[in-house]
Design a protein around this ligand. Structure first.
Ligand SMILES: [Zn+2]
Length: 496
């Protein structure tokens, strides 16, 4: 397949156009303005809100004017990453498309098929004169990748449809029918210190760093089901054990890299009164135990390292260290409940990721990401963090809350998509929920508050490696997904 052939497909032509307009998260204005002029040139209703979100309406094609209206939704922004050392300014430079057989990527950068392909499908439909479809309401949001601020700000009362197709899924043949909500928490445990010099002689020992590492980590939502080791949790168990066995003081703690990542590495600096050989033996025993516990997950690469650490002037008091370790042992982590409504898959309903440990002046701070497709269970998990915080004298703050999209067993879109998929491709699609956030959650909550019944489904073509320089759109998959979308819209149109 050469590029000219590909670009003849209307949606790929629009995709190339989108790639020529910078649209990094929080820098979507030019793309947003382009969408306004696109609509005006075609005499379509368009509204642009203060955030830059766009709504374009197009009537149904002849004979389908009275059919149920369908919302087509995707996000304008893309995650911009480039290869190390590449001189590329996303705010000014069009992406350079590379057609490679069945694959499309961008040279040295992410592609933004997440979620440019959604806009491309919608633009191809809004632009067409010969594709039968019901009335359409195309919703393009900003800032999905940085907290879903666009969807948050969108005024859903402008919408009249009762069918909502989100096109931000990245696996062909999988229809997404629910997503988790989330909330971040920050537990600040105040600690007090004593001077190392003032410690009694028999407690003065060597400064050593203990590091749990070599784990696989991963996305704290999508990969929590893999039961991978959490380095913060494992380290807490070692520290608890050491503190009870040998004279030992804690200097500092540091673990994890981001709220939405399972921590791969976590370390503590200690003052210990034990010789390295005995200590190494203890740590080896822990490493063996952890590898065994995690043998079906990511235990194979696990390491517990012992290294020299710089002298420090102060250590946590025993009372402070005890509170910190107690909280780390008790804090909920991993899967909390499984979803029992979507029976076609093993789906996590609720989880908490004990994501990061940081020292901040006179506090040890724990960061968590809680997720659940049940609002009340998300609250319950966060309440557990509050209560634990109380017990160890910490303050707990929550932020970044977003709602879930709960599974609707009475969806009409789901069987419609399933049947169209079977008819077109002769096989069954999978119907799944996702243990991560989608904009559908925010929209679902808005419609609920408006008393406006809405039926959602999310789908999309195969996009591999989103948010990386390897991001690839599979063109044959994009073509099949396009045909599926047209078929679904035709069938809805015929209901008019
Ligand atoms: Zn996306």
């Amino acid at each position: 397949m050469n590029s000219e052939y590909c670009l003849e497909k209307p949606y790929l032509g629009w995709f190339a156009k989108i790639c020529s307009i910078p649209h990094e998260s929080r820098n979507e204005r030019r793309l947003s303005d382009f969408l306004v002029s696109f609509a005006k040139e075609r005499d379509l209703f368009v509204s642009q809100d203060a955030a830059g979100n766009i709504l374009i309406k197009k009537p149904g094609t002849p004979g389908m004017e009275k059919a149920p209206t369908v919302i087509l939704q995707g996000h304008m922004d893309m995650v911009c990453v480039k290869e190390n050392g590449l001189d590329f300014d996303f705010s000014t430079t069009p992406l350079k498309l590379v057609f490679d057989g069945d694959k499309l990527r961008a040279e040295g950068t992410s592609l933004g098929a997440d979620n440019g392909i959604a806009l491309s499908y919608a633009l191809a439909l809004l632009d067409s004169r010969d594709i039968p479809h019901p009335p359409l309401e195309a919703v393009f949001t900003v800032e999905e990748e940085v907290g879903m601020g666009g969807a948050s700000a969108f005024d859903a009362s402008q919408l009249t449809a009762s069918l909502f197709i989100n096109m931000d899924s990245e696996e062909e043949g999988v229809f997404c029918v629910s997503c988790a909500g989330g909330r971040r928490s920050r537990m600040s445990i105040p600690v007090t210190f004593e001077k190392t010099e003032a410690m009694p002689n028999e407690e003065k020992g060597v400064f050593r760093r203990v590091t749990v590492g070599g784990l696989a980590g991963g996305h704290s939502g999508l990969e929590i089901i893999k039961e991978r080791g959490n380095a913060n949790k494992l380290l807490a168990r070692i520290l608890d054990d050491l503190m009870r066995k040998v004279p030992c003081h804690m200097v500092s703690l540091n673990g994890g890299t981001a709220a939405n990542a399972i921590p791969k590495e976590s370390s503590a600096v200690l003052v210990l009164h034990a010789d390295d050989k005995a200590l190494r033996k203890e740590l080896d025993a822990w490493a063996d135990a952890f590898r065994h516990e995690l043998r079906g997950a990511d235990g194979a690469g696990l390491t517990v390292m012992l290294s020299e650490a710089e002298r420090a002037e102060r250590v946590l008091t025993a009372e402070s260290a005890n509170r910190v370790i107690s909280a780390a042992l008790l804090i909920p982590d991993g899967i909390a409940s499984m979803d029992m409504t979507i029976t076609s898959q093993r789906l996590v309903e609720s989880s908490n990721n004990f994501a990061m440990i940081r020292m901040e002046e006179d506090n040890v701070v724990f960061h968590c990401q809680t997720r659940s497709s049940s609002a009340s269970r998300k609250d319950a998990l966060c309440r557990q963090l509050d209560v634990l915080g109380n017990m160890v004298g910490a303050t707990v703050e929550h932020s970044g809350d977003y709602p879930a999209w709960e599974y609707n067993p009475d969806s009409k879109l789901q069987p419609l998509f399933e049947k169209a998929y079977r008819d077109l491709f002769g096989k069954n699609a999978r119907v799944e929920g996702i243990h991560a956030g989608l904009e559908c959650g925010l929209f679902a909550e808005k419609f609920k508050n408006l008393g406006h019944a809405m039926d959602f489904l999310s789908f999309g073509p195969d996009v591999v490696g989103a948010h990386s320089t390897k991001e690839t759109l599979y063109l044959a998959s994009a073509e099949r997904s396009w045909n599926l979308l047209k078929e679904v819209l035709r069938r809805i149109g015929e209901q008019g």
